[in-house]
Ligand binder design. Structure first.
Ligand code: F0G
Length: 526
């Protein structure tokens, strides 16, 4: 009897001690989490105030490996333009000073990423590097199943092969060039459902990438859910100026999708920055860590795909989901188009870089840098009377070519002309994001873009602030001489994704005249 009582006493005594210890451990971990989060918040560069009151984005990284740049004379830049078919994709980096073509595969990599690349476990199948990546996808994007693909458009191809059939309709907030091309190639059609505010160049709307909910519902009712394989949401709509959508809007899209039994595909290529702007601009999330915002967003989609060239500052891409049957529907296409399931066409070293890059996507000091520099560029240019897409978004600053080149008809490609002119007078390579980036309709007619933009990409942690100031300075000069910018015409126009390989010519000798004016104003300056 006594031993029995003693046993019971011992059991309760040790259970009590165990629970007290557990609670204590939890408390410590919770308070540490809170403490870490506080430190983290303080380290985000948007928090650093200058005594002068100036709004200067402060870098929270240092440069340890540098690459020499070339700023060649304007005369050489004119030749380079001619050689490249007046298409900035045709230029070579030997002629380029600041390469603001894209952030795709050009974000600066971290010391941790480079270190991880050294331990790559090269194996055709079952590589440990891939297992680490799977874990990162689970930890960061909260998705159980992951299919690797060599880049974002390869993921788009797999999704289009699996789901898009002739006559299908894909509603989306806005298209991206390669997403559109894969859908139309399979006989599908896209429809863009943004609110009118999204098309206003100058706006203070924090979420111009929001899906137009009323239009979405009406569209599904009109065409029937049977024709719609999925709804596509692009985090930070690239082509309208890198504009984010809110979680409130995404939740509402989810509710509509649930009502009609439709799937949602999230293009997460620019998810980190979209999540950062949610934290900055959406009241409900202003104290939510970036890592949690990212998971809330991925949790609202059935399928998530991304270009790792953007999302994780590496190369590669992939598709992830928590739905096993979706995984099964897509699985066989990866070995067919990309490579075996444990590398998907990505080099194993890059898989290691992707893993670390995904974790770094949760770090505000990494993710806030590009939007902070873009915001500086946009606001300073705006103050100087240059028409910019506002509010500043992600990926890059966007100059409104319809204003800068208001004297040019859209048939002469104002955004392409502005990109060429800006390279000529600065050595800065931007990208046309206007009608040249659009594809012709099925009858061969031009489909003019909603916006004619010159995109000046600001890859993560690549440029210095004085380089951004140079961009602002040269943009200001070009604005003051904008009447001298002339039009372009195609001399070679490929049928698909013409903006990549197309060749153009100026319609008059405006580049020579613009160069002469530059020499007059700048003397022998580069
Ligand atoms: N989705 C979005 C939103 C993108 O911005 C891109 C690429 C892709 C998909 C395709 O990914 O290049 O890895 O095949 N955007 C790059 C850019 C090309 O410059 O904006 P990818």
């Amino acid at each position: 009897m006594f031993t029995k009582v003693k046993q019971i006493f011992n059991f309760h005594y040790y259970s009590c001690i165990f629970f007290i210890k557990l609670i204590h451990a939890l408390e410590i971990s919770l308070s540490l989490h809170h403490f870490n989060y506080k430190i983290h918040k303080i380290m985000s560069n948007s928090q650093v105030k200058f005594y002068s009151g100036e709004n200067i984005p402060l870098e929270l990284h240092k440069t340890r490996i540098v690459q020499k740049l070339n700023l060649v004379p304007i005369e050489r830049r004119l030749e380079a333009l001619y050689e490249g078919g007046y298409n900035t994709f045709g230029l070579k980096t030997t002629d380029i000073y600041l390469d603001m073509l894209t952030d795709s595969g050009t974000n600066a990599m971290s010391d941790e990423q480079l270190a991880a690349m050294m331990r790559a476990d090269d194996a055709y199948a079952g590589s440990q590097s891939f297992i680490r990546l799977q874990k990162a996808v689970k930890d960061v994007l909260n998705a159980e199943y992951f299919l690797p693909a060599h880049q974002g458009r390869a993921a788009e191809n797999i999704l289009a092969c699996a789901y898009v059939r002739k006559g299908n309709l894909i509603p989306m907030n806005y298209h991206f060039t390669t997403a559109l091309a894969h859908i139309t190639e399979k006989g599908g059609q896209i429809v863009e459902l943004l609110y009118p505010e999204a098309y206003k160049i100058k706006s203070s709307h924090p979420f111009k990438g929001n899906m137009n909910l009323e239009a979405l519902e009406a569209y599904i009712q009109k065409h029937g859910k049977e024709r719609i394989p999925y709804i596509r949401m692009e985090a930070s709509t690239n082509l309208i100026g890198g504009q984010p959508f809110s979680i409130e809007n995404f939740r509402a899209v989810r509710a509509i999708a649930n009502n009609y039994g439709l799937r949602i595909v999230l293009d997460a290529s620019l998810l980190g920055e979209n999540a950062y702007l949610v934290q900055q601009r959406e009241e409900e999330f202003k104290n939510t860590p970036l890592a949690d915002i990212i998971k809330i967003m991925t949790g609202l989609a059935d399928i998530i795909y991304f270009s790792a060239r953007k999302l994780s500052s590496s190369r590669g891409g992939g598709i992830c989901t928590n739905n096993e049957s979706i995984y099964k529907e897509l699985e066989a296409l990866v070995p067919l188009y990309e490579g075996f399931l444990t590398y998907g066409g990505i080099s194993i070293r890059e898989i290691e870089a992707m893993t670390v890059g995904l974790y770094e996507t949760q770090d505000e000091t990494v993710i806030s840098q590009s939007p902070a520099f873009i915001s500086y560029l946009v606001n300073e240019a705006d103050k100087r009377g240059i028409s910019m897409v506002t509010p500043a978004g992600v990926l890059g600053a966007h100059v409104n070519a319809l204003d800068m080149c208001s004297h040019l008809p859209q048939t002469q490609y104002p955004a392409g002309a502005l990109a060429a002119a800006f390279f000529l007078i600065s050595g800065v390579r931007g990208m046309e994001r206007g009608s040249i980036s659009n594809q012709r309709d099925e009858y061969g007619n031009e489909t003019f873009a909603d916006m004619e933009l010159l995109r000046l990409a600001v890859p993560r942690r690549v440029f210095t602030l004085s380089q951004i100031m140079y961009v602002i300075d040269r943009l200001t000069w070009l604005k003051d001489n904008r009447e001298m910018i002339g039009g372009l015409k195609f001399v070679y126009e490929p049928p698909v994704l013409r903006f990549f390989m197309g060749r153009l010519m100026p319609v008059t000798d405006w580049p020579e005249k613009l160069m002469a004016k530059f020499r007059k104003d700048f003397g022998d300056s580069l």
